[in-house]
Design a protein around this ligand. Structure first.
Ligand code: NI
Length: 191
């Protein structure tokens, strides 16, 4: 199956909520996943959501070994996650004071294959549990932190029609990679 076209920010499908996958272990789901893996690897991405190739199903993939776009990041095993759910972890969850919640959040540079050439400084929960299924319907459940947690939050946002620029608090830290590199040399070596 072919490398598929990745939709770019501005395309209306990227703003829509995807549907839950109803049936596991089907040729259609296997074909979708195969296309997504080929497309992500071709683009040297760390993750891809089905919605980014215009398929409105709740399927994400993520993972990489040595990725030139993410040279300083620890590898993540290639994972296919169907119908994912995220539970945020932290001391401030459920509390009212902003500073309690702030302690559970970290900001870092983020990019997206649907926002090519750009990076933004995005707040995400540091620690999460994610649950979902592999394409055969087996349960996947992992507690993760750091970049792994960030990638999963980013990909699952795609399934709800949310792109990372909508998560940015400080818009002075959003722009083209080449321009940002002048001010923030760390951009080049981050996600
Ligand atoms: Ni993305």
């Amino acid at each position: 199956m072919p490398v598929r076209t990745i939709l770019r920010i501005g395309h209306p499908l990227l703003l829509q909520v995807a549907d839950a996958v109803a049936e596991f272990n089907t040729p259609e789901l296997d074909a979708l996943v195969a296309d997504m893996i080929e497309t992500m690897e071709d683009a040297e991405g760390a993750g891809l959501a089905a919605t980014q190739i215009g398929v409105m199903q709740r399927v994400v993939i993520f993972g990489f070994e040595d990725n030139p776009r993410y040279p300083d990041r620890s590898p993540i095993a290639l994972t296919v996650l169907v119908n994912p759910e995220i539970q945020f972890l932290g001391e401030g969850i459920g509390k009212i004071r902003d500073e309690d919640i702030d302690a559970d959040i970290e900001e870092d540079w983020e990019g997206c294959l649907s926002v090519p050439g750009m990076r933004g400084w995005v707040p995400r929960y540091k620690r999460i549990v994610y649950r979902g299924f592999d394409p055969q319907g087996n349960v996947i459940e992992r507690e993760v932190d750091g970049f792994h947690a960030r990638v999963v939050q980013h990909e699952c946002d795609h399934l709800d029609g949310i792109l990372y620029p909508q998560r940015i608090d400080d818009m002075t830290r959003f722009g083209y990679e080449e321009e940002l590199f002048e001010q923030h040399p760390e951009v080049e070596s981050s996600c």
